[in-house]
Write a protein that binds this ligand. Structure first.
Ligand code: UGA
Length: 441
């Protein structure tokens, strides 16, 4: 199939490369010249494990090309909208500027019967609005949400947990003939994962748009639930990691996404739950999502609590104290610093008078661009030199495996704050460290 992918960020670049890997002829379009130049050269414009190798492989086949010119999308049978939907400044709702611009620019190149498949996370109702905008082109708008995780994006795209098609329906809820044709196109696009047995949910557009925000809201809820339990553990001397293990053995609960610590960040979960609340308000059902306000509040409280813990181990004040922050990315295996809990805590401590040095295996350049006032170091040992307190904020494997004795030899005071509950307290304490964590005695 001929496929266009509009928007080549974390989602679109991976989708484009994976579709080419599946055998399709793919054109990726983005307005960012730097990004397109990198992709044209067969290199990844951001850190994502496995993507450089995949790009090199599929670029060599000639099936994957990139352009800053939307005209290059002409002639594709399916056009995937993969642009960002960030939080609007000063508001909860999603900023749809990029989705609207992408659709408007694509419109002149659409032919009747072309499929426009939205992948961006959008407020429910957006697909229907875009369909009305594109009606004159004769193209069919469907919603095909994406569930990939950064760090596992290539695997998740080639081997998804599930595929969801949101097709246009008539007043009786029956898929329209154009919707049936669009389904056949998507079936061909995803022939390989479908043949491998990937579950497929075919539904209407509203449900498909809701599926995505519902999934992310559920994940955010799981994380904030365990972080609320961490608050209880802190009040009682209990251990939230053992609590999570114990409740996680119940298959109805499950252990995944019950890791307590600094909470969730990134370009998806935080802004998605807020945009969902904003949309519910517009629909007159804000009570239904009132609980997400609490999920957000629990999440943000963890960051405040971490600064308080730092103050505690520094005997009441962090003013003038040297703090090493291990991790800047919002999670390991990513260079993404959007709403990163690690950087948020680092910046707070700096604002409150500490001398903060941040390190990260991949995200220093992005972190420096976002917070130029912070100091950065290349390695954990360098960041920790002379530190009064060390905070493990992103659980990169190399930080989990740190040697307490080697680190202990360079710090001014052996105080470890484990913001992700990934270190062995006994090992660090026996090496002479003060070990503190969120939700652990
Ligand atoms: C999330 C979803 O997991 C994907 O399914 C979805 O496709 C994606 O958003 C999206 O909307 O595009 P991602 O943002 O890559 O993926 O990151 P997650 O793995 O979900 O982690 C989000 C945050 O939660 C991270 O800051 C992580 O450190 C934190 N987290 C995760 C916890 O604090 N505890 C956990 O147990 C799990």
């Amino acid at each position: 199939m001929k496929i266009s992918v509009v928007g080549c960020g974390y989602l679109g670049a991976v989708h484009a490369a994976c579709m080419a890997e599946l055998g399709h002829e793919v054109i990726g379009v983005d307005v960012d010249e730097r990004k397109i130049a990198a992709l044209q050269a067969g290199t990844a414009p951001f850190y994502e494990p496995g993507l450089p190798e995949l790009l090199a492989r599929v670029s060599a086949t000639g099936r994957l090309t990139f352009s800053t010119d939307m005209a290059a999308a002409a002639g594709a049978d399916a056009h995937f909208i993969c642009v960002g939907t960030p939080q609007t400044h000063g508001e909860f709702r999603a900023d749809l500027t990029y989705v609207d611009a992408a659709t408007r620019q694509l419109a002149p190149f659409l032919r009747p019967g072309d499929v426009v498949a939205g992948k961006s996370t959008v407020p429910v109702g957006t697909a229907e609005r875009l369909a009305a905008t594109l009606e004159a082109t004769g193209a069919t708008v469907v919603w095909n949400p994406e569930f990939l995780r950064e760090g596992f994006a290539v695997h998740d795209t080639l081997h998804p947990d599930r595929l969801v098609y949101g097709l246009p329906t008539d007043e009786d809820g029956v898929t329209t003939p154009a919707g049936e044709k669009a389904k056949a196109v998507l079936d061909e696009v995803y022939a390989a994962p479908l043949a491998a047995g990937t579950p497929l949910v075919v539904t209407d557009r509203a449900t498909a748009q809701l599926v995505k925000v519902a999934a992310n809201s559920f994940l955010a809820t799981k994380i904030s639930f365990i972080n609320a339990m961490a608050e209880l553990c802190e009040a009682t001397g209990a251990d939230v990691t053992r609590l999570a293990d114990a409740i996680g053995f119940d298959p109805r609960i499950g252990r995944k996404f019950l890791n307590a610590g600094l909470g969730f960040g990134g370009g998806c979960l935080p802004k998605d739950i807020r945009a969902f609340m904003a949309r519910a308000g517009e629909l007159g059902v804000s009570d239904a999502l009132g609980f997400l306000q609490e999920i957000d509040a629990i999440n943000m409280r963890r960051r405040v609590r971490m600064v308080d813990l730092a103050r505690e181990v520094c005997h009441g004040s962090i003013v003038g104290r040297r703090v090493a922050v291990l991790g800047a990315a919002f999670k390991p295996d990513s260079d993404d610093v959007r709403d990163s809990p690690a950087l948020s805590v680092a910046a707070q401590m700096q604002l409150q008078g500490a001398h903060v040095t941040v390190t990260d295996p991949q995200a220093i350049a992005n972190a420096r661009a976002a917070w130029p006032d912070l100091r950065f170091a290349e390695t954990a040992l360098e960041a920790a030199r002379g530190a009064d307190v060390v905070l493990l904020a992103t659980e990169w494997p190399e930080y989990r495996e740190l040697d307490p004795d080697r680190l202990g030899a360079v710090v001014a005071a052996k105080a470890m704050l484990d913001g992700r509950n990934v270190l062995d307290p006994a090992r660090w304490r026996s090496a002479g460290w003060t070990y503190r964590a969120l939700g652990r005695p």
